[in-house]
Structure formats: structure tokens, C-alpha cells
Design a protein around this ligand. Structure first.
Ligand code: IMP
Length: 436
């Protein structure tokens, strides 16, 4: 069987929407063939469910390849790490009989550390305003950009750690509380000692692996519409979660094949505009059928039709190869729609050197949330739904739907998943793929 890794040595799997696209299943599928699985962005705001000996566990930091034998899992320089959470995940795995050692886990010494004051700062502002996960992600990336962040390597150097934490506490709290300084430095030095053997020069590991012809899988987190540069600013996360950000976050940009994971419909969690949201019983039905609740916070995800305007925007950034997830969730619906344009219904507004006026139809994706929140969906594509479950062959109407996605967005559909189980996946695109 010819697989995607026969043609590409580096595959990046990223989110093509607002996160939660079901990347985990494709990453798990591709991880079987990879030698290295690497994360490069975000932190424990992400979450994927892994079943261990019949019990479900949610992992937030460890790459999805951690359960595959003889594979190196790497947490790259672009991530932000809460060492306590990471150690808990390692412990959970070990209790379940999976041994984590230097052979299967490497953490970049340059990755930034989430400290308790980051979580506190977030709780005072962005958590409610943006609807963040409350894990300290934004404030940690702020310190990284302000060049006062604590990095994984600092955890193994007591005096540097003390100096940096002292400075940060002073700046953030006016005067630093002695006890907090001592407690933080003591606790994080302990974490550093426990993680010491995993901390590595991960970019050199990747470069050497690439030189040796090893297969590398880059695991994206969140989705491109949550990217700081390309997403619905300010309702975004604080990392660059497009494929470009992922490459930078691991320090490897070589012959990379990008696969964007796209749910057959759209979901969003947290605040911010979502034009094709179904704020009605149909949206609720999709939420229940698709079990659309956040893996990290348990929050219900808003659900809606596939938004082709948004999808074309992210494909323009990441390339046009996509894999479609959760197609089965749409089974049994009377009709299915795709949002193909927006109707702008708001005050006249200047945007990118032009004026958008009330009542104007637009076919581009405004990355300014104040504009996007005034955009209503236009559904130029409506088709009947399919009945019955998807088994070894796609119902004709499901193929038609996939064809429509291809034709409207120009996407090349490489794989389709129609259920949580590993085998519920079509990886031969020919029966339903027709280029626009
Ligand atoms: P933060 O990443 O915790 O700062 O949250 C910023 C925004 O990104 C919020 O709207 C979150 O709900 C969203 N977000 C962060 N991580 C994920 C994820 O893994 N899936 C979906 N949304 C996410």
C-alpha cells in the first residue's frame, strides 16, 4: 500500500477551522508510520482523549504518539509548558503501564514555562473577555514576546530561575511577595529536576532525524482561525497555529506536506464571531450527535454549517490538502447547507483599503472580529441529507457533499473520517474527490 509518508518525509497536521476539528484521530493514524511526532505550538489549552486499558484519559501536552512504541515524541520550542500538568500526564501513563523515558520523550529547553502568576493574570482579564481556557497561555506568550519569559532550561538552574521569577513578580505585582517567590522557585526547581533528562536541543534532534531520512509528523494544536496573525483577532489564542507557526515552533521547515483537518460542519468554543452558527435545535442536535463539548474545559461548543468562506481563508494559508472529519454526524439530517458568502449587515466600515457597506455581499473572510460579527451567512449550496450510517461505502449524497466542498473551496480531500474508531476512515480519495 502506498502511503502519504512514501511521498513526504514531513507531514504537518493542522486545524483548518476554530480548533477541535478531530486532528487527534488523523495524527494517531499517521503516527503509526512516523518515527517522530512533534508538537510546536500552544500548551495545555489543547486536549485529546486517549483510551488506556479501557479508561479514558485526556492529555493536553504530551504529543499523540506517546502510546506508540519506539517513537520519539517531541515538545518543541514554540510551545508553552505547565510542568506540573506535564508531570501529571507522564505519571498517568506510567500508572497505566506505559514507560516514558528519554527514548520516547524530548522537550525543548527553549519552550516557555507557564507559572502560577500567568494563570492569575489571565483570570483577571482575558478569561472572561476572550473566553480563554484559563491555563495561562496568553500571559506566558506575552512574557515570551516581552523577552522576560522563563524557559524550560531555566528550571534546571536555580539562580537564573530565582532571578527571573523575582523580576517578573516585581513587575507584575509591584513588589514581590517573598513567600511566593520562595514557593514558586522551590516548586519549579523540583519540576525541573524531574524533567531534566527530557530537556533537549529538539531542533538538532529533528534536523539529524531528517538528514537520516526519518519520518516526521508535526502535530498542530488549535485551528488556523484561532491564529494570532490569521484568525478572528482579538478572539484568538496567543500562538501562531497555522502550518507556518507549527514549522517555526519545532524549528523545521523542510519538504513539508500540510494536511488541514476540517470538520464536516463548524464548531467554535469561547467568545468571538461565528457567522454560520446554528443557535437553534438543529445546532443542539449536531452538538449532541457529535459530542461537541470541550476536552479541556468541558464547555459546550457552538455548532453550525460548514463555512466555505472561512475555509477558503485557511486553505489560502496552509495549502489545499484537507482531511474531513466527523462526516457521520451529519447523517440523518433532512438537508445540509454550506455557507458560501456573507451578507454584511452593519455600519459602513473601512477595511483593507476599501469600504464595506450595509447590505453588501462579501466572499472574503474578515479577520477583524468587529466586522465578522456583522456578517450573516449566505447559503448558496443546499442539498438533501443522507440516511443510514456510513459503512464501507459512502452514501451517494455524502459523496456529493464532499464533492461540493472540493468544488466550492478548491480543496483536495485526502482522507475522510466517519466515526471515532480507527477503522472508520477512507484514505483513498478517488471515489469522492473531484478537483474544482
Ligand atoms: P487560550 O488559548 O486559552 O488563550 O484561549 C483563546 C481562545 O482559543 C478561546 O476562545 C479558547 O476557547 C480557544 N481555544 C484554545 N485552545 C483551544 C482548543 O484546543 N480547541 C478549541 N478552541 C481552543
Amino acid at each position: 500500500m502506498i502511503t502519504i509518508f512514501d511521498e513526504h518525509q514531513v507531514i504537518a497536521v493542522v486545524g483548518g477551522q476554530w480548533g477541535d476539528e478531530g486532528k487527534g484521530k488523523f495524527i494517531d493514524y499517521l503516527a503509526k508510520e512516523a518515527d517522530i511526532i512533534a508538537r510546536g505550538t500552544g500548551g495545555n489549552n489543547a486536549g485529546h482523549t486517549i483510551v488506556l486499558n479501557g479508561a479514558k484519559h485526556i492529555f493536553h501536552l504530551l504529543p499523540s504518539g506517546i502510546l506508540h512504541k519506539n517513537k520519539l515524541n517531541l515538545i518543541g520550542n514554540g510551545t508553552v509548558i505547565d510542568p506540573k500538568v506535564l508531570l501529571e500526564e507522564i505519571e498517568t501513563l506510567e500508572k497505566a503501564g506505559y514507560y516514558v523515558d528519554q527514548e520516547n520523550l524530548a522537550i525543548s529547553g527553549d519552550a516557555h514555562v507557564i507559572l502560577p502568576y500567568h494563570v492569575e493574570i489571565e483570570a483577571r482579564g482575558a478569561k472572561e473577555k476572550i473566553g480563554t481556557t484559563g491555563r495561562g497561555i496568553g500571559p506566558t506568550y506575552i512574557d515570551k514576546a516581552a523577552r522576560c519569559g522563563v524557559r524550560m532550561n531555566d528550571l534546571t538552574n536555580y539562580s537564573i530561575l530565582e532571578e527571573k521569577v523575582k523580576q517578573n513578580l516585581k513587575e507584575k505585582k509591584g513588589e514581590y511577595p517573598e513567600q511566593e517567590l520562595e514557593d514558586t522557585v522551590q516548586a519549579y526547581t523540583k519540576y525541573g529536576l524531574k524533567l531534566f533528562t527530557y530537556i533537549k536541543d529538539t531542533r538538532t534532534i529533528l534536523k539529524n532525524a531528517h538528514d537520516q531520512g526519518k519520518k516526521i509528523l508535526l502535530e498542530g494544536a488549535q485551528g488556523t482561525l484561532l491564529s494570532m496573525d490569521h484568525g478572528t483577532y482579538p478572539f484568538v489564542t496567543s500562538s501562531e497555529c497555522s502550518a507556518a507557526g507549527l514549522a517555526s515552533g519545532v524549528g523545521l521547515l523542510r519538504d513539508m506536506k500540510v494536511l488541514s483537518v476540517v470538520k464536516a460542519y463548524t464548531t467554535r468554543v469561547g467568545n468571538g464571531p461565528f457567522p454560520s452558527e446554528l443557535n437553534n435545535s438543529l445546532g443542539e442536535l449536531i452538538r449532541q450527535t457529535g459530542a461537541e463539548y470541550g476536552a479541556t474545559t468541558g464547555r459546550p461548543r457552538k455548532c453550525g454549517w460548514l463555512d466555505a468562506v472561512a475555509l477558503k481563508h485557511t486553505l489560502g494559508i496552509n495549502g489545499n490538502s484537507i482531511v474531513v472529519s466527523k462526516l457521520d454526524v451529519l447523517g440523518g439530517l433532512e438537508e445540509i447547507k454550506i455557507c458560501t458568502q456573507y451578507l454584511y449587515s452593519g455600519p459602513q466600515v473601512p477595511y483593507n483599503g476599501a469600504i464595506i457597506t450595509n447590505g453588501q455581499q462579501i466572499d472574503f473572510f474578515p479577520t477583524d472580529s468587529r466586522i465578522l460579527e456583522n456578517c450573516k451567512p449566505v447559503y448558496e449550496y443546499i442539498q438533501p441529507g443522507w440516511s443510514g450510517t456510513v459503512k464501507d461505502k459512502l452514501p451517494e449524497l455524502a459523496s456529493m457533499y464532499l464533492n461540493a466542498i472540493s468544488c466550492i473551496t478548491g480543496a483536495k480531500i485526502e482522507m475522510v473520517s466517519y466515526g471515532a474508531e480507527r477503522e472508520k476512515m477512507f484514505s483513498n480519495p478517488t471515489p469522492f474527490y473531484k478537483r474544482a
